[in-house]
Ligand binder design. Structure first.
Ligand code: LMR
Length: 348
């Protein structure tokens, strides 16, 4: 009896052991299947974001901020790899690279998009924006949305406008204060019809040169002047060659942040949503940060012994505006006055 009892206990324990082993094996299998599925779902999406300026600039910093926000909001599922300083593509190449899908994101200055969408010339008109509030209203409002919408049919998803700052005039050998000071001088410009005409109206000779060639061109004394923001002048050291800086705030340098449209369309809806949220936050951050950075670096430039800063007076500014009046006439003749009126309308 005693032996039989022991045998029963042994068999019972073996049975319990087998059931437990089977349950755990099934659980393991389920766990593995679940993991595999999750791995499939979690496959990382990589976005290459190429731009041409230094990392420590309004665009460079906003791109990094956006990358951080996207990674946080998607729990690492989307990774934005930022390439600064034109290390992947120069500004002359990046738009084609985006359209081919070789990179997924770029943020060229809007001036460089006017060749693709001529209506964007409106943003290059001198003295269009009075202050940073004007810029913010246009970039984040109805006109900004309308301009970004024009990119759709070109195969581009326009995500936002980012700011750098107001452009200032720089001279190599003399200050540029009166319209006559520009006569006969050679200026580096971004490729833009409005900017080209702006310098011609002042009697200058504009030449479009890609951003990555500017430093070398200045070193080789190819230009007598250019226009750029304090942030670009400071971060790229342009002031070493063009030390006469007129604070004219005559134009604005902003960026169109773009994504390849087929890539955007291929993203799951919830990922698009997270990217859009990250872009809204990065844009608000950029608007505050860009202003502060330009102000800070202006103070740094004031410390440079070689730099001669001149603040354009109200009367001098009016004389520039008179010279630039034909640009407004020409724009209205080509594109009508609706968009211009909308931009100016919010000031009333
Ligand atoms: C320039 O070409 O001067 C600028 O557009 C560069 C930039 O992207 O800020």
């Amino acid at each position: 009896m005693g032996k039989l009892w022991k045998l029963w206990v042994l068999l019972l324990m073996i049975g319990i052991g087998l059931v437990a082993w089977n349950v755990s094996r099934q659980a393991d299998q389920e766990r593995i299947v679940y993991d595999d599925e999750q791995k499939g779902l979690q496959k990382q999406i990589i976005i290459y974001f190429s731009h041409v300026v230094a990392e420590n600039t309004p665009k460079g910093l906003a791109a990094q901020k956006f990358a951080e926000l996207v990674e946080q909001k998607t729990n690492g599922r989307v990774k934005v790899e930022v390439f600064a300083n034109g290390s992947l593509y120069s500004d002359g190449e990046e738009l084609d690279a985006l359209l081919r899908g070789d990179v997924q994101m770029i943020a060229p200055s809007f001036s460089k998009v006017t060749e693709l969408i001529p209506e964007w010339q409106v943003l290059d008109l001198p003295f269009l924006f009075r202050d940073d509030d004007d810029v913010r209203r246009v970039f984040t409002g109805k006109v900004g949305a309308e301009l970004l919408g024009m990119l759709e049919e070109k195969g581009i998803k326009g995500l936002a406008f980012w700011s750098n700052g107001f452009k200032q005039m720089m001279g190599t050998t003399r200050p540029l204060i009166e319209p006559d000071d520009f006569r006969g001088l050679r200026f580096r410009i971004m490729p833009s019809e409005v900017i080209d005409k702006q310098f011609r109206l002042l009697g200058g000779e504009p030449v479009a040169v890609s951003f990555d060639h500017v430093y070398r061109a200045l070193e080789q004394h190819e230009f007598d002047g250019q226009e750029n923001t304090i942030s670009n002048i400071y971060s790229k050291g342009f002031y070493k060659f063009q030390p006469y800086i007129t604070i004219s705030n005559h134009g604005y340098l902003g960026y169109a942040v773009m994504m390849n449209r087929s890539f955007w369309d291929s993203l799951p809806k919830e990922i698009q949503q997270k990217i859009a949220e990250a872009m809204t936050e990065a844009t608000q951050w950029n608007l505050r940060q860009s202003k502060a950075q330009n102000e800070r670096e202006l103070q740094q430039l004031k410390q440079q012994k070689s730099v001669q800063l001149y603040l354009l007076s109200e009367e001098e500014r009016k004389r520039w505006e008179q010279k630039f009046a034909p640009l407004y006439k020409e724009f209205t003749r080509q594109f009508g006055s609706r968009m211009l009126n909308e931009i100016k309308g919010f000031r009333e």
